[in-house]
Design a protein around this ligand. Structure first.
Ligand SMILES: N[C@@H](CCC(=O)N[C@@H](CS)C(=O)NCC(=O)O)C(=O)O
Length: 207
């Protein structure tokens, strides 16, 4: 199978980490969602990442749909989201907070970095950053056990932490939330995270 998208996208990264944790092999197509926009739209009509091209040519789009396919493929015993009950509800809440933080911090970053300065809307940027900060604080208030089984809530939250630290470091400086620092350090030390570490945020910048 082929995973399309670069690892500075936390959505791509959470899929890549999940594939590795579950023992799947994949090729990595690193075309850029910005620089290779037309080619990207040939894979996904939305022109977004990630996509996962399966061995029979079927193309899965959207990280949640890809992760759902992964969980279905490995079955409930190995699935990264618990199958039912309070544990599943908690996992889905944490994943919603972590992906919501990505969406809001990302929206503010696109506004600050891509949009020409004369067209920026400071109040909108601050609203998005406030929403992202709220999600981060809620995640920090959760108990993150020191050695739990690596599940999707932890994978997505760790990918979200790294993304926020690249896109808007002032929102999550080391030391502000020790629980998130510990979760991030624990996850980033694992082979699946080290193999997908994004060194920089490759966003086109308007200057
Ligand atoms: N809900 C989607 C969100 C994917 C997403 O936001 N991808 C970003 C990169 S992090 C993207 O493709 N941005 C380019 C664009 O939307 O134009 C998912 O979970 O896959």
């Amino acid at each position: 199978m082929i995973l399309v998208g670069q690892y500075d996208s936390p959505y791509v990264r959470r899929v890549a980490v999940s594939l590795r944790v579950l023992g799947f092999n994949y090729e990595h197509d690193t075309r850029s969602v910005f620089a290779d926009f037309d080619a990207m739209r040939e894979v996904n009509p939305l022109g977004r990442i990630p996509s996962l091209v399966l061995d029979d040519g079927e193309v899965l789009i959207d990280s949640a749909a890809i992760l759902d396919w992964l969980d279905q493929t490995v079955g409930p015993e190995r699935a990264l989201v618990p199958p039912a009950g309070p544990e599943r509800r908690r996992a889905l809440r944490l994943i919603a907070l972590a992906t919501g933080a990505i969406d809001k911090v990302g929206a503010a970053a696109y506004e600050r970095l891509i949009r020409p300065a004369a067209l920026r809307w400071p109040e909108w940027i601050e609203r998005c950053r406030t929403q992202g900060a709220g999600a981060i604080a809620a995640l920090a208030a959760e108990p993150w056990p020191a050695r739990p089984r690596l599940e999707q809530a932890a994978i997505t939250t760790a990918c979200s932490i790294r993304y926020v630290r690249m896109a808007d470091p002032d929102l999550l400086p080391p030391g502000r939330f020790p629980t998130l620092d510990a979760l991030s350090a624990r996850c980033e030390a694992l082979p699946a995270f080290q193999a997908t570490w994004p060194a920089e945020y490759a966003l086109p910048r308007s200057g």
